[in-house]
Design a binder for this molecule. Structure first.
Ligand code: PA5
Length: 445
């Protein structure tokens, strides 16, 4: 079976082989730490062996819950934020029809998302939309106390209970949370919701291959066995340190570029279905590496769309940027450009050729232009968009992230910085227990 491939030659030409090779020992140490459960943040290494640790019985149970929601609901709203949202959203968007939300229900319910923002209009419009629909809720929060999903869940639970009654609502709500702690666990036990556990040793941004991601993905009708099998196969390929380990290669290359002054990485796709994969990747790398005054700034762009907005900056702006391209080798569909007698747009020279061929030439042309403009380019090729490949890609980026964080010299598994805004928000809102913070912040206003 074809697998993902990494090509670093157009990045190595910037740093030189020596700078890259010099990181080899640190990368080997990083892999050893991950594989033998050592190093900073080792309490959160559960994701390393997660793909092969998931019991078949749990996969079967998730599929059974998904099947029950598929029968009872036309819409399932997944409530969560950050790592409790982005993985499921990324996989579903990558695999679904681009116009699925405009189509009538097929075999599977539509999966919607809430709790990933505090938009009052968003929530009000979602409630309006659901007011005459058969819907269910999958609420995901590891801590069980995150404000955004807590607000969304209150609003949706209230609405669902009004629409179907409290007793029926409880069978349409599934909670994915910590085994024993947090408000969501308490509520789920009180109400008798079906629940799944997010393992203690798996952090939010590494949790897509737990029920956090697997349940919504299964509800949307995608094959979670193949997703997990893809992750298992990448786990095998990245277990040992070697020059052929793709995760090690990526981690070393991006750190060599960082040390060479390339402080910004843009993850590029040439397939709009991968837009949310870029969002997932941004969280994975941003939260894992951006600390202690260090870290590559992760950004994501959709090409060729963003070549018409960001292209100028990338080609000629400050030379602190490098690019990692995810290239999908084969499209699922075939579409050829029609000939046109008048040829007013001048594209008859392309007629009869596939749209994907034009896309690939745009990709190659952009790589050459960006290289010549001083932008190193790493290329990751995936055979096609399917569950197996996405499972491989998810695990590849997770493993590379762990290695890369260790090369950078940070704990890749904590996120102390995300608390700052929450504390200020609670102080401003007058949360009990925050009296001193409220006084302090008001004096700054
Ligand atoms: O990676 C993380 O830990 C965070 O992004 C969390 O996933 C996010 O803050 C949501 O947290 P929780 O699942 O506790 O609601």
């Amino acid at each position: 079976m074809k697998t993902i491939e990494i090509d670093i030659q157009h990045a190595l030409s910037f740093t030189g082989r020596e700078a890259y090779d010099s990181l080899s020992q640190e990368a080997v140490k990083g892999i050893e730490n991950l594989e033998s459960n050592k190093g900073a943040g080792s309490d959160y290494h559960g994701w390393v062996t997660l793909p092969s640790d998931i019991p078949v019985s749990q996969l079967e149970d998730i599929k059974a819950t998904a099947a029950s929601l598929q029968v009872s609901c036309d819409y399932v709203v997944c409530v969560g934020i950050g790592g409790s949202y982005l993985g499921a959203k990324a996989v579903i968007e990558a695999l679904d029809n681009s116009f699925a939300s405009f189509m009538p229900r097929g075999k599977y319910p539509k999966v919607l998302f809430a709790g990933q923002n505090i938009g009052e209009d968003y929530m009000a419009e979602l409630r309006d939309f659901l007011s005459d629909k058969r819907f269910g809720i999958v609420v995901v929060s590891k801590s069980g106390t995150t404000t955004e999903p807590a607000i969304a869940f209150r609003l949706l639970k209230e609405q669902l209970e009004k629409q179907v009654g409290r007793s029926a609502a409880k069978d349409l709500i599934v909670a994915v949370t910590d085994a024993s702690r947090g408000a969501l666990r308490t509520l789920a036990s009180q109400e008798g919701y079906k629940t799944y556990v997010i393992p203690d040793n798996v952090g939010g941004r590494f949790s897509v291959l737990t029920p956090v991601g697997l349940l919504p993905i299964a509800v949307a009708g995608f094959d979670i066995d193949r997703l997990v099998a893809g992750a298992v196969s990448m786990m095998e390929k990245t277990r040992l340190a070697s020059s052929g380990n793709p995760a090690q290669t990526y981690a070393m290359m991006r750190n060599a570029l960082y040390r060479d002054g390339k402080k910004i990485e843009i993850l590029v796709n040439y397939n709009p279905k991968l837009h949310y994969f870029g969002e997932w990747w941004k969280q994975l790398y941003g939260e894992s590496e951006g600390k202690e005054g260090k870290g590559i700034f992760p950004a994501a762009v959709d090409f060729t769309t963003d070549l018409h907005s960001m292209g100028q900056w990338i080609q000629q702006g400050e030379r602190t940027i490098f690019e990692t391209v995810i290239s999908v080798e084969a499209s699922d569909r075939e579409l050829r450009i029609p000939a046109d007698e008048a040829n007013l747009d001048g594209i008859n020279f392309m007629s009869g050729r596939r749209v994907d061929e034009v896309n690939k030439m745009a990709e190659l042309g952009t790589r050459i232009a960006h290289n010549e403009g001083g932008v190193p380019v790493i290329k990751i090729t995936i055979p096609r968009l399917c569950e197996h490949t996405l499972g491989e890609l998810i695990y590849f980026f997770e493993k590379a992230c762990g290695i890369s964080g260790y090369i950078l010299g940070v704990n890749p598994f904590d996120q102390p910085g995300v608390e700052a805004y929450k504390s200020n928000m609670f102080a401003l809102l007058g949360k009990p227990g925050y009296e001193a913070e409220t006084q302090a912040i008001q004096s700054k206003l």
